[in-house]
Design a protein around this ligand. Structure first.
Ligand SMILES: Nc1ncnc2c1ncn2[C@@H]1O[C@H](COP(=O)(O)OP(=O)(O)O)[C@@H](O)[C@H]1O
Ligand SMILES: [Mg+2]
Length: 312
């Protein structure tokens, strides 16, 4: 079954200065068992989309369904848990254990089962010696782990995680990424995760939906997005640098040429109709001595920047 369907979703916030368009017709789907990243710069519309999907906000236009029903329906709460960005996802005056039991109880999990899950999650997140510590005394990283644990204790098949690693130190961020990967692999969960951090998305998600100013500008498997750019970018290291006279000749043949590292290397992104032979011919004709040619391997950050800048 399809876990999430988002169709032409639009959201305008009413403000004193007039409407602010946060989503301008966003469509995507998430199948059961997928871990999908919602990637975008600040203000792209990620939080708005997630709030609509967990029923906290109503869209201005379009529609969303979660396991076939509208997020505004009460029964959706049994199938979706959300970890919202920056907000207090846990009760600061309750201890770690009390928080977990409380959220399990809210979900209608019977007390015995709630105790069992609480024990499991406390162990999983390494919070054993903080069981009785009130949430406000936990470090930022532990608070975030507790917040994720509180979302998990509900036992819902779908998790919406808004910026789950925001503000965490590198080590805790990597630890949380590991937990998130396990959610789908070992527990069969479906996850939609938003982040402006490409590393987080590259580490946890198989597929990514890129938002830019309220629109979807890419929606594909991460390896596909990477290979989209991999095929055309080359890096050439030069034996004797780039002679002055070669420059004009090369620039005419290869308009996308960039000189790097005090002219000891070139980077060029070939247009689709050219291949690496055309590049080598151009270099030879210009009298440039080549030391080596390699493909410039893009990462998700390159892909993101190119797609988002290309769209502007
Ligand atoms: N409550 C609100 N009132 C007015 N504008 C808002 C509100 N929340 C978000 N926005 C605006 O909507 C746009 C999308 O915001 P948001 O969904 O928070 O993006 P993201 O999570 O990707 O950073 C931004 O321009 C933001 O300023
Ligand atoms: Mg946000």
């Amino acid at each position: 079954m399809t876990a999430l369907i988002v169709e032409e979703l639009g959201k305008d916030y009413r403000t004193r200065r007039g409407p602010v368009r946060a989503l301008a017709g966003v469509s995507f789907r998430v199948e059961e068992g997928e871990v999908v990243g919602l990637l975008g710069a600040n203000g792209a519309g990620k939080t708005t989309a997630i709030k609509i999907l967990c029923g906290l906000l109503r869209p201005t236009s379009g529609r969303a369904t979660v396991f076939g029903v509208s997020p505004s329906r009460p029964e959706v709460a049994r199938r979706v848990a959300a970890l919202l960005e920056g907000s207090r996802n846990v009760y600061w005056r309750l201890s770690v254990e009390e928080n977990l039991r409380f959220f399990a109880g809210l979900q209608g999990v019977p007390p015995r089962e709630a105790r069992r899950r609480t024990g499991e999650l406390v162990a999983l997140f390494g919070l054993e010696d903080k069981r009785r510590t009130t949430a406000n005394l936990l470090s930022q990283g532990m608070k975030q782990k507790l917040a994720l644990a509180c979302a998990l204790v509900k036992g819902t098949p779908l998790l919406l995680l808004d910026e789950p690693t925001l503000g965490l130190d590198v080590e805790t961020s990597h630890e949380l990424r590991g937990f998130i990967r396990e959610l789908a692999r070992a527990h069969g969960k479906t996850v939609l995760l938003s982040s402006h951090d490409m590393g987080v998305v590259e580490d946890t998600c198989a597929r990514v939906v890129i938002l830019s100013r309220g629109r979807v500008v890419a929606d594909d498997l991460v390896p596909n997005l990477l290979s989209l750019f991999r095929t055309q970018a080359y890096r050439v290291s030069l034996r004797d640098g780039l002679p002055e006279r070669a420059r004009a000749t090369l620039a005419a043949r290869l308009p996308t040429l960039r000189a790097l590292e005090a002219e000891r290397a070139l980077e060029v992104e070939l247009p689709p109709e050219q291949d690496v032979y055309a590049l080598m011919d151009a270099l030879r004709e210009a009298g440039v001595a080549v030391d080596g040619v390699s493909r410039a391997e893009p990462d998700l950050e390159d892909v993101f920047l190119r797609i988002v800048q290309g769209e502007r």
